[in-house]
Design a protein around this ligand. Structure first.
Ligand code: ZN
Length: 374
């Protein structure tokens, strides 16, 4: 009985992946109703699903199949309808349509024996999944296989690459599966998530511009407050800690500390944020060059010293800080190991590493499974 229930729960995304991956090679059906997509003539795209929660609490699902837009409305939890329409098993336990949980603004986690962190995936789903499989974080069916350990996605899954949607839903599902297993998935907002929410589409892959055009929505509207994906993004912090390690997408600047901002205050500005409102000065600072989503001073400011880093860590009462955002050839362990830089270039599609923490020690892991002590 229990096994049946589990299998039912695992099926939806697996079938979605098959569905999506098949669609990449499908170019066979001539469609007379093909919309004007003259700038994307060589291949037909498949993308989605995008779930919209309507005012009457029904759900509209939209997706693209072979460059054609589809949508269907689910009323009275009519999951069979969407199953038929999209071709994958739909189970209400998979999606959160309501905001049930109270929000944790502090985001402090302790007593964690093992975690693995990676950053700046930028739509490179294939390499991302390959790395997760290599480190047995997922099994071959993309299910959580990491027990009570924690997985950290240090921001920037959006933009550049063409498998952002797949990356998003995999992380979304792993978060739920990890929780059931007593583990946890952490996701940090990166500047590229922020850019989408702020309607800055400079780095959006052409495929998603086409999705938007076909659905007659702007790309940010696919992640608005009334969507499942948008609600989820608005639950993700910009700073959190595990044991003595602080995590943020780009870095905590000395200016952040000088302003006396706490992690809790920073997270409060982004959790449940209404991005269309006029921003106050704290929000402007947090979203700016010296804020935790954009700061590059650790690498570009020649006056930045280990002493300055000590002051930042002392302010948070932590011993290490993990950042992504600035791409390095591999994971770096700087300033006596207090600064760990984990954007190792997954966005290039060629190579990328993970940061492994086990019983207080740090290691870097290559995509081939080689583990190197830091
Ligand atoms: Zn970034």
């Amino acid at each position: 009985m229990k096994i049946d229930k589990k299998i039912k729960y695992y099926i939806p995304l697996y079938i979605l992946f098959v569905f999506v991956s098949l669609s990449y090679t499908t170019n066979d059906i001539e469609n007379t109703k093909k919309p004007d997509v003259s700038y994307f003539t060589n291949s037909k795209i498949t993308d989605g699903p995008y779930f919209f929660i309507d005012e009457d609490n029904s759900v509209t699902v939209k997706w693209i199949k072979r460059s054609r837009p589809f949508e269907t409305k689910i009323k009275n939890n009519n999951h069979r309808k969407i199953q038929r329409k999209i071709g994958f098993t739909f189970d209400s336990t998979f999606l959160d349509f309501a905001d049930k949980q109270s929000i944790d603004y502090k985001q402090e986690f302790t007593g964690v024996d093992k975690f693995i962190a990676l950053s700046d995936i930028h739509g490179q789903f294939d390499l991302f999944a390959k790395i997760l499989l290599k480190y047995e974080i997922i099994d071959e069916d993309f299910n959580w296989n990491f027990g009570k350990s924690h997985l950290i996605i240090n921001g920037d899954i959006f933009d550049r690459g063409d498998k952002v949607t797949e990356t998003f839903w995999l992380i979304y599902r792993l978060e739920k599966q990890a929780k059931e297993a007593g583990g946890k998935v952490h996701f940090l907002l990166g500047n590229h998530e922020l850019m989408i929410l702020n309607k800055d589409f400079r780095y959006v892959n052409e495929k998603y511009l086409l999705t938007s055009k076909l659905l007659e929505l702007t790309y940010d509207q696919l992640f608005s407050e009334n969507t499942v994906a948008g609600k989820w993004l608005r639950k993700q912090p910009v700073v959190f800690s595990i044991n003595d390690v602080l995590f943020t997408h780009a870095g905590i600047s000395p200016e952040f500390v000088n302003l006396g901002i706490t992690a809790e205050e920073a997270n409060r500005k982004f959790l449940n944020c209404n991005y269309s409102l006029v921003k106050d000065s704290l929000q402007m600072f947090l979203e700016g060059t010296y804020g935790p989503l954009w700061y590059r001073g650790y690498f570009t400011d020649s006056t930045f010293t280990e002493q300055k880093l000590d002051e930042i860590l002392h302010y948070f009462n932590k011993d290490h800080i993990v950042v992504g955002h600035t791409t390095m050839p591999n994971i770096l362990y700087l300033h006596s190991g207090k600064l760990l830089c984990i954007d190792s270039g997954i966005k290039t599609k060629q190579y990328g590493e993970v940061l492994i923490y086990e019983n207080g020690e740090f290691f870097r892991g290559t995509p081939y499974g080689h583990i190197i002590k830091l």
